[in-house]
Design a binder for this molecule. Structure first.
Ligand SMILES: Cc1ncc(C[n+]2csc(CCOP(=O)(O)OP(=O)(O)O)c2C)c(N)n1
Length: 812
């Protein structure tokens, strides 16, 4: 342990630690302390000051913002860390970025990037003088200004930290394939209680010290959350140490509150940590280490709200949860004006800034130079580093479709070799990875393992499959949070990737998707942040084919969640067959700055389009399948629309029945690949114009729409269309269990018999032939039920259904 007892820690005793701190040269100590004071001063200024940024006159109420917003508690600790990292970067010549887990400490990172100069380079109106300081303070948490967190507007940030829990997995994603990069990742001790963070400590079992960089976690043990103590601060030191050691880390403790001792302790701990990281990397890169290194981490135990007001209105603030947000309220309590002024002056601003308001040169010299500054490091602005992927030709992986309806091996199983080729082609650049929670094989993508392995650096046993430290698939940890967090970190630092997941369980990361979509939305409006590769989801093992698993695995609602986000950012694709899946995935992997959701099946299923037709259809995103209908370009009597692989099959089977039993009926088949085509162009850039939409769906004819997901979504997307009131949507109705594939559609009334019944009802045809057909349909449903209960599989006519070779009716 370094340092000494924190001011208000409940712990009674402290040891002095096994390692003695090497001396921090006096000039370095002075510079680090001055930087820290300057950053603290700028942080308090951001939270409180409206004017009088250098305190050139006594502080008055009018100098203070009317609304006080922000989080002080975490900020001085993060300023302390940033100052010390600056010293370490220069002394060890490090390529380092900073992730602020408790990103509500926005003032800290804004202050530090201002002090190092990057802030003014990106925002030239925030100058390095008194006028600039005034603007810097005013803009913080102020209308028309910047958010209070480490938001995308903040240079050097790849992690807003507004929603706690993802810092460590982002950090690991960032260092994958970046052998020279170290991510200093501050983890809040409250944040450490979240599920995603708790699981992220295990990321060290995957890191390959030869090809990946390193993460230096700094657990910020300031003891409190918003209103409660943190668990990690209220367990014995030994237990905490054992916990972290149990996760495979070597913790270095820095504890105390006296600045000088703490500076020495932190500098020593950082030097030890950096040395250990470099030793581990050198050994691995020299081929000496076959085993996983025990990576170092730092536990910084310091008071929450360190250096801030001690006691306010008779209550202890520093070192308690009361320091979390804004500790003083001068408008409500005029006595607080003096407390605020004393607090600001305690940093001795006149020693830090010159007459004009610029940081004094000897303090500024602590910062690294150019792109070594953490705010200017290109890894934290990944679009600057992004290179196009090498893409194989989809034609070389196409499934042969001689005639519509031939059976394919499972759409994702056709995609697998394509992804294998993407992996192999981009192996030299090491900029493409596949992520999945133990499901890559199960999702039908096992072919990728002929190009690479799963990345795994824990122990291996005989019989294991496809595990290697330098594998390019991160699939061996059963944590959707980790897959999402790693992939985000990988993308945010300028690389490409794909997350394959069971459709139902992708909901686990709903909230992480939210945050990433928000990040993309905001960065799209920041010209200094070039665009990133898209975040691509491949959702398989989908709702309609959960033959093994049943109801718990049946949930297509991720789409509903996704479409809430900004239209400029989200895209949803439901390719009806394998060639369409290839075309869609090719497009997604080339695209920029979107979240693409692709839903595809893995089971043997009919194939409809050859690769050329698939490319055309997917480029249009929606279209009439003329070969399947019989309207021959004329106004149809009914439109049978479908979106998703299983709904497409059931729709075509229903069309075959309609054409057989009602040959005079003019049926149009419309297939939707790109769901956003349904929205008006005012709502989504992909949206069809009303004229185009009406040309497909008519202005007044019934539309029977078979949809992969919950039916309400189609209504939501089309409610402004001319013919909306004639849309009859069938989809998942939350009915399910373990049953046959066709019975799943029957339970949800999406099957061919219900679709034909719907068509007859909407056509309002009540003649004798229609009544006979209705009775036949009902009989078929009864027969189906009886058959599956007797034999445990679908009826032969269902299992063996083939689209008629010439599209003409054929008896079923
Ligand atoms: C997932 C999530 N849950 C709740 C919150 C609300 N919240 C904001 S800060 C905070 C306490 C954070 O404590 P800690 O991580 O220790 O940070 P620090 O004490 O350094 O501010 C909470 C609960 C949040 N931002 N994210």
């Amino acid at each position: 342990m370094y340092g000494q007892t924190p001011k208000t820690s409940p712990r009674a005793t402290r040891d002095t630690g096994a390692m003695s701190a090497p001396a921090l040269a006096p000039d370095k100590l002075r510079a680090v302390d001055a930087w820290w004071r300057a950053a603290n001063y700028l942080s308090v200024g951001q939270i409180f000051l409206f004017d009088n940024p250098l305190l050139k006159r006594p502080l008055a109420l009018d100098d203070i913002k009317r609304m006080l917003l922000g989080h002080w508690g975490t900020t001085p600790g993060q300023n302390f860390i940033y100052a010390h990292l600056n010293r370490a970067i220069v002394e060890h010549d490090l390529d380092m970025i900073y992730i602020s887990g408790p990103g509500h400490g926005g003032p800290a990172v804004v202050a530090n990037t201002y002090l190092e100069g990057t802030y003014s380079e990106i925002y030239p109106n925030i100058t390095q003088d008194e006028a600039g300081l005034r603007k810097l303070f005013l803009q913080f948490s102020f209308p028309g200004g910047i958010p209070s967190h480490v938001s995308p507007e903040c240079p050097g940030s790849i992690h807003e930290g507004g929603e706690l829990g993802y810092s460590l997995s982002h950090a690991f994603g960032a260092v994958l394939d970046n052998p020279d990069l170290i991510v200093a990742c501050v983890v809040g001790d409250g944040e450490a209680e979240t599920g995603p963070l708790a699981t992220a400590w295990h990321s060290n079992k995957f890191l390959d010290a030869r090809h990946d960089g390193a993460v230096l976690p700094i657990l910020h043990l300031n003891g409190y959350k918003i209103a409660n103590p943190t668990l990690l601060a209220r367990i014995p030191r030994e237990e905490l140490e054992q916990l972290l050691r149990g996760y495979g880390w070597t913790p270095l403790f820095v504890s105390g509150h006296e600045p000088e001792k703490m500076h020495r302790a932190m500098a020593a701990a950082l030097d030890v940590a950096i040395t250990q990281i470099q030793q581990a990397q050198r050994a691995a890169r020299a081929g000496e280490h076959a085993t996983r290194p025990r990576w170092p981490m730092i536990v910084l135990e310091s008071p929450k709200g360190w250096t801030g007001p001690g006691v306010v209105d008779g209550k202890q603030v520093e070192g308690t949860f009361r320091a979390h947000q804004v500790p003083l309220h001068p408008r409500a309590e005029p006595a607080h004006i003096k407390l605020l002024e004393d607090w600001l002056r305690s940093y001795r601003p006149q020693e830090l800034f010159d007459e004009r308001g610029a940081l004094r040169a000897d303090i500024a010299a602590l910062a690294p130079r150019g792109r070594r500054r953490m705010g200017a490091n290109p890894h934290a602005n990944g679009g600057q580093l992004l290179r196009d992927l090498q893409m194989p030709r989809i034609e070389d992986h196409a499934f042969e479709v001689g005639a519509p309806g031939v059976t394919g091996p499972g759409d994702t199983r056709v995609l697998g070799p394509f992804l294998q080729a993407v992996t192999a082609l981009n192996q030299p650049a090491r900029n493409f990875r596949i992520f999945g929670p133990d499901e890559t094989q199960s999702n039908g993508l096992g072919a990728v393992f002929s190009a690479t392995s799963r990345q795994w650096n824990a122990e291996r046993a005989p019989g294991d499959e496809f595990l290697a430290p330098d594998g390019r698939v991160l699939d061996s940890m059963l944590s959707e949070h980790q897959c999402q967090g790693w992939l985000e970190g990988y993308l945010l630092t300028g690389r490409h990737g794909l997350f394959n997941c069971y459709e139902a369980f992708v909901h686990i990361i709903d909230s992480m998707f939210n945050q990433h979509a928000k990040w993309l939305k905001v960065t799209a409006g920041l010209p200094w942040r070039p665009r990133l590769a898209s975040l691509n989801y491949l959702l398989s093992s989908h709702v309609w084919r959960q033959d093994h698993n049943g109801f718990s695995h049946q949930d297509p609602g991720f789409i509903d969640h996704v479409v809430n986000k900004k239209a400029e950012i989200v895209r949803v694709y439901l390719p009806p067959d394998a060639n369409c899946l290839l075309s869609v995935m090719d497009h997604c992997l080339r695209s920029r700055h979107y979240v693409n959701v692709v839903i595809a099946g893995k089971h043997p299923a009919p194939q409809w389009l050859d690769i050329e037709a698939a490319k055309k259809h997917c480029a249009a995103g929606i279209g009439v399948w003329e070969w399947a209908g019989n309207d021959r370009g004329e106004e149809p009597d009914i439109v049978m629309a479908c979106c998703g692989d299983v709904p497409t099959l059931e729709t075509l089977a229903a069309v075959a029945l309609l054409r057989e039993h009602m040959p005079a009926l003019r049926v149009r088949v419309v297939n939707v690949v790109d769901l956003m085509k349904l929205q008006p162009p005012s709502a989504h850039p992909h949206g069809l114009s009303d004229r185009e939409f009406d040309a497909l769906f008519t202005e007044d004819k019934p539309v029977i729409f078979a949809f992969h997901g919950y039916p309400a979504l189609i209504h939501r997307l089309t409610y402004r269309r001319t013919n909306h009131e004639n849309f009859h949507v069938r989809g998942y109705q939350e009915e399910g269990t373990i049953t046959t594939p066709f019975d799943m559609t029957v339970l949800n009334e999406l099957d061919r018999f219900h679709l034909v019944e719907s068509a007859l009802t909407r056509l309002e045809r009540t003649g004798e032939p229609e009544l006979r057909l209705m009775a036949w349909l009902r009989g078929k449903l009864v027969e189906h039920r009886k058959y599956i209960c007797q034999f445990g599989e679908d009826m032969p006519e269902i299992r063996n259904f083939r689209w008629p070779a010439d599209g003409a009716p054929r008896s079923v």
